[in-house]
Design a protein around this ligand. Structure first.
Ligand code: NAP
Length: 257
């Protein structure tokens, strides 16, 4: 039995849909105050309303986490509504596909700007308040793509997701004296709006390559994020947890037989 997280305040970036929405709802279920962050005002508000209807406490905040103004607005909203930031789930990310030959510098910068720079900016904006709690928690949503595997068309994305882990390891050292832990969940293929947009052929081929023979659910990732946020995980920092149904394990197709 884990100690209760009830009453803690969590900011979840990219929480208007997909994995972020799953994380937001899971933390609300265990009694956290949730700050639901996305660029789309209506979608963020709708998730916050869903949480409230289910008996939780949440507020929807519009912010672009790739900008300093956006992350400051997010941190201020958390303080205004709940008076604290105990947990940051830096989850917002994009995964547009482009082969290197066709990729523009702007494509590369956009992906790095949201996925990597946005991670840094989100952490920095929350740091002063996270430090006050003495038991702050940061959970990044990285990916298997980049840190462990490669995917044609996702070199910029893979670089951003591997970059998050380089950031994480040095950040863990810097933040440890303040009692803040920082860890990352590395999802495999998780059913979200973003993944569904890649089309049925992609989904079918991905499910076939996963040893447990199913795509992941947002709950699979939310439960891993929740673990990193617990009191009981206070001795775990700078670490990564792959949640992928065994997808990265086989050395070859024969390894799946
Ligand atoms: P998704 O369904 O496309 O949702 C992305 C979320 O991020 C949305 O809420 C989106 O809302 C928000 N967002 C994007 N850019 C933002 C910005 N600049 N500022 C604030 N919010 C922003 O994606 P997902 O599949 O849930 O992925 C979530 C995270 O998991 C990403 O970091 C992704 O790399 C990672 N991941 C996903 C999978 C997977 O299989 N789905 C696998 C590995 C890793 P707005 O557009 O309204 O801003």
């Amino acid at each position: 039995m884990f100690a209760s997280l009830a009453g803690r305040t969590v900011i979840v970036t990219g929480a208007s849909k997909g994995i972020g929405r799953g994380i937001a709802k899971r933390f609300a279920e265990v009694g956290c105050n949730v700050v639901v962050v996305a660029r789309s005002h209506d979608a963020a508000k709708m998730v916050a309303e869903d949480i409230a209807v289910a008996g939780g406490r949440a507020v929807g905040v519009t912010a672009d986490i790739s900008t300093e103004a956006g992350v400051h607005a997010m941190a201020e909203a958390a303080m205004l509504h709940f008076g604290a930031i105990d947990i940051l789930c830096a989850n917002a990310g994009i995964f547009t596909s482009a082969k290197i030959a066709d990729m523009s510098a702007a494509d590369f910068d956009e992906t790095m700007g949201i996925n990597l720079r946005g991670t840094f900016l989100s952490v920095k904006a929350c740091l002063p308040t996270l430090s006050l709690s003495g038991r702050g928690r940061i959970v990044l949503t990285s990916s298997i793509t980049g840190p462990v595997t490669g995917m044609s068309g996702w070199s910029h994305y893979g670089a951003s997701k591997a970059g998050q882990l380089g950031f994480l390891r040095s950040a863990a050292l810097e933040l440890a004296p303040a009692g803040i832990t920082i860890n990352a969940v590395l999802p495999g293929n998780i059913v979200t709006e973003g993944l569904l947009a890649l089309g049925p052929d992609y989904l079918a081929s991905m499910a076939a390559s996963i040893p447990v023979k199913r795509l992941g659910s947002v709950a699979d990732i939310a439960n891993a994020a929740l673990f990193f946020a617990t009191e009981e995980a206070s001795f775990v920092t700078g670490q990564t947890l792959i949640v992928d149904g065994g997808q990265v394990l086989p050395e070859s197709l024969a390894g799946m037989e």
